[in-house]
Ligand binder design. Sequence first.
Ligand SMILES: [Zn+2]
Length: 99
Amino acid sequence: MEAMGYLVIAFFFGLAGGIVGRIKGSSFFIWFLISGLIPVFGLLAAVFYRWDKEELRRQCPGCGQVLKLHDAVCMRCGEELEFPDVAIASEAAMRQRPA
Ligand SMILES: [Zn+2]
């Protein structure tokens, strides 16, 4: 009966991971498999997947480097950054835009 219980848990984790993956514009099936095979970590991976790429970005006024919106100091030139008036769309949003 233990294997059965594990399968049920794996199934629900797979379902949750698949839904999260789908919401993020990835494949439901792939994340269903990942989350089902490695239940807890698969789901976490789905939750954090592309997290970075969906963050808004901004440009450093000093050197033009594109940084994360929440960065306080430019990693390239050391410029201290105010919170910007304009943010640059996230990488993910840019990709979804029709060319
Ligand atoms: Zn800079």
